[in-house]
Ligand binder design. Sequence first.
Ligand code: SAH
Ligand code: SF4
Ligand code: F3S
Length: 450
Amino acid sequence: MLKKQKIYIETYGCQMNVCDSGKVVHLFANLGYQPTSDSRTADLIVINTCSVREKPELKLFSALGRYIPLKRQRPELVIAVGGCVAQQWGRKLLERCPGLDIVFGTHQLDHLPRLVAEVRGSQKALSVTDFLARPGGLEVMASPAPATVSAMVTIMQGCDNFCSYCIVPHVRGREYSRPGSAIVEEVRRLAESGVKEVMLLGQNVNSYGLKASGEISFAELLGQVNEISGIERIRFTTSHPKDMSYELILAFATLPKLCPSLHLPLQAGSDAVLKRMGRGYTAASYLEKVEKLRQVVPDIALTTDIIVGFPGESEADFQQTLTMLEEVGYDQIYSFKYSTRPGTRAADYDDIISDEEKRERLARCQARQNEISQALLRAQVGKIAEVLVSGSSKRGEGEWSGRTPESRIVNFPAPVLTSGKIAAGDLYQVKIVEAFKHSLKGEVVADAGS
Ligand code: SAH
Ligand code: SF4
Ligand code: F3S
């Protein structure tokens, strides 16, 4: 019998990259490849990269330093690099890393099987990074693994915002929205295979459909997904505050499956910094949107992204970021030191903040947020929340884990059930009994249907 080929894939970056990696595995599964978690036994190694900051970009080079030498024992091994660093470097990556076989760009994901066939057994190395009017790969529908409760669906690709610090528009290309009908069809198929929760993905979902004539708006798309039976929860990311429409805010009130949680990247609290970042909103207009959201959904849980040490950020500017953390009361933040990205406008800005200063501000920002997050989690104790079970808890010991509609993690001991065994995808009413640093502990009160 012919030995099955094995594919090993390593992924850095955002959820869109994670979703793309699932598609790559799916494309090769159709060709008979088996996924492996051991790079040493793989016939094909794919690295799906991120260049949003210098650190993830550097990870690629250390990964290649590990994998290219494997070719000495396995000359038939093919190594391919895709994603945002591949797009940024193109052919230059082949020159810098002898032994690398394929560089494929962010619009070329569906070409990978052809590229692998072309280089296999030859001495060729290929780089394909052209941007296309319609990014390839968006319509590849990976089938979820058995018992998958939550699935990601990419609804658009690219970004037209060109925030001054950000490389994403340069490496993902112009904004392209998938047809609403294709998205609805994909979610329907996921629901049929048992998926209960979908996360709709795009760099700026709030402008979904706006640039495709005749396309539905994002709020309308959410309305259509809300109708799909079997789907219990809908989430999306990422929203740009400047494009957060009132129609979308109202959707939180009218669509029962839309979860009361929203990632709304702030980046900075100072208007002067926001202006230099090119974000298109002020702290006051951001707060106004938060207020409107809370009028519609008082308990909505907000999360955000923060950049500290943007060029020219004074101590007073930074203090305004801390003030915004207090005023909004985020459940969680993702905070980063500003990292200069080649080709972006901010790369030419003066008044660079020293790494030491950035590190110090990041630590203060995270310490302040930890207190806020802790207080919010502690305030949950005593409440009853609906938990969608994702699987057994990481801690084991017969514990299960799931999330509330606000996306808070709850671990709880398996309940004694007359109806059978607990399983991923079940919904329970859980009483919160304790708050930890990043999660809650609960006790099942009843299943959600009762
Ligand atoms: N589309 C999303 C963000 C995608 S990138 C949005 O508009 O919010 C994810 C996060 O990485 C950004 O929100 C930002 O906080 C961070 N980021 C982007 N470029 C960065 C840079 N040059 N240095 C540090 N952080 C950066
Ligand atoms: Fe980057 Fe701004 Fe686009 Fe987000 S909106 S991906 S931060 S350019
Ligand atoms: Fe990184 Fe590209 Fe996503 S730069 S954050 S993997 S869009």
